[in-house]
Ligand binder design. Structure first.
Ligand code: NAD
Length: 440
């Protein structure tokens, strides 16, 4: 099939590459000239495992192109995906300006019947707004062209986006147009050969399913984080509690890990958007509100432990921070706990030396002008003069570091393990003072 994808970010690029990989012809569009220039030159502006190889392979095979020209992309395609950002507005609602602008542009170039698919995460009812906008533009143009608006929320995870897209747990397609539904099924069938999980449903259900899924996942994280606070207070061990709890087959072990709170471009904004949607219909969402509150506090838990150890005044003290991305295998620092933690340390007078295996470019954008933060070339360089190391993102290379080497470099041997990666007994035996999350 011939496909256009509007927006070449994490979702747009993965979608474009994976559809091309399955033999479709894909044109990926963005407004950002820099991004498109890089992509046309075969350089991928984000870090996502496997993405660059897949993009290059499909560019060489002439199945994948990048352009600034929305008109050409729209007119050359049968299916047009909208994969632009939906950042949080001031009141927490999803800001739909980019989605509506994309719909407006598509409508102004629509030349024959096409399917317009919304892949961005959008509040329930957005397909109606997109529909209205397209109709308004077509009316103004004085043309009558058939089109279908479909909702196809994306469930990929940054860091494993390619695998998630190529072998999805499910594909949700919201449409009230049976023909469009069948075309979408045909498009996705190659991805679901061994696992037929193409779920066709009402548009509003599809839009809600995305928020419900992300909110539930965020709830799992805040739940275990709340229990970890109680473990700290009652001298229980969250690792043991987690085993005792998750071995129940009704609960399971997946996605229930204590830490320094969730971040990223999705959970925080999607929870806020669902809270906003609830309040709009007069329902006070108590669970969602609590999930968000617990998470905001959790981002500061490690700082509380630092304060308890070193006192409130951190002037003259240097802290090493390992990991800046909101999770491993991505360079995404949007809403990352690392930013909150570093800013809190600085506010108490500390200086910070930080390192992340792939997020250093992003880190420069966030901390480049901050004299209290030094971005280092590797994790061991951060330890020079450090009174403590804070592990924030559990990259593989941080999971079993050279503790002996660390001992020799650090000014004081203190570890604040924000992801419970180290064996407390073992690191204590090596002479470190150890603080984890909810661990005895
Ligand atoms: P992103 O910010 O990485 O990329 C969005 C891109 O759209 C940008 O490059 C921007 O320049 C471009 N853009 C905006 N308006 C445009 C227009 N009119 N024409 C062409 N390009 C335009 O965003 P993302 O992380 O890929 O997220 C996109 C959507 O997918 C969001 O709604 C998000 O919630 C959702 N989503 C994201 C993830 C994720 O892990 N990042 C997962 C599932 C769903």
């Amino acid at each position: 099939m011939k496909i256009a994808v509007i927006g070449s970010g994490y979702v747009g690029l993965t979608t474009s590459a994976c559809f091309a990989e399955m033999g479709n012809t894909v044109i990926s569009v963005d407004k950002d000239e820099n991004k498109i220039e890089m992509l046309q030159a075969g350089k991928v502006p984000i870090y996502e495992p496997g993405l660059e190889d897949m993009i290059l392979r499909n560019m060489t095979a002439k199945r994948l192109n990048f352009t600034l020209d929305t008109k050409q992309a729209v007119q050359d395609s049968q299916i047009i995906f909208i994969a632009v950002g939906t950042p949080p507005g001031e009141d927490g609602s999803a800001d739909l300006q980019y989605v509506i602008a994309a719909a407006e542009e598509i409508a102004s170039y629509l030349n024959e019947p096409k399917i317009i698919v919304n892949k961005s995460t959008v509040p329930v009812g957005t397909a109606d707004l997109v529909n209205e906008k397209i109709q308004e533009v077509l009316n103004a143009r004085g043309v009558d062209i058939n089109y279908a608006v479909v909702s196809n929320p994306e469930f990929l995870k940054e860091g494993s986006a390619i695998d998630d897209f190529m072998s999805p747990d499910r594909v949700v397609i919201g449409t009230d147009n049976p023909k469009a539904g069948e075309i979408m099924r045909t498009l996705y069938e190659p991805f679901c050969r061994t696992n037929d999980r193409i779920l066709i449903m009402g548009i509003r259900s599809a839009e809600m399913a995305k928020y419900a899924a992300n909110s539930f996942l965020a709830t799992k994280i805040s739940f275990i984080n709340e229990i970890s606070r109680l473990c700290d207070a009652y001298d229980a061990d969250i690792a043991e509690v987690r085993n005792g709890m998750c071995s129940d087959s009704r609960i399971g072990y997946k996605f229930i890990f204590p830490g320094v709170g969730y971040g990223g471009s999705c959970f925080p904004k999607d929870i806020k958007a669902l809270i906003n949607m609830s309040r709009k219909v007069g329902y006070e969402p108590r669970i969602l509100t609590a999930v968000e509150e617990v998470n905001s506090e959790q981002k500061k838990v490690l700082v509380e432990k630092v304060k308890a150890h070193f006192g409130k005044n951190l002037k003259g003290k240097t802290f090493a921070v390992w990991g800046l991305a909101f999770k491993p295998q991505t360079d995404d620092m949007r809403e990352a706990p690392s930013v909150v933690i570093i800013n809190e340390l600085i506010a108490m007078g500390a200086t910070v030396k930080a390192y992340d295996p792939v997020a250093m470019q992003e880190a420069k954008k966030v901390f480049g002008n901050n004299n209290s933060v030094t971005l280092c070339a590797d994790e061991y360089e951060t330890l020079k003069d450090a009174v403590a190391m804070l592990l924030i993102t559990e990259w593989h290379q941080f999971r079993y570091p050279d503790f002996e080497r660390m001992s020799k470099i650090m000014q004081q041997k203190v570890i604040f393990d924000g992801r419970n990666q180290y064996n407390p007994k073992a690191v204590k035996e090596m002479g470190f003072t150890y603080y984890g999350i909810g661990r005895r």
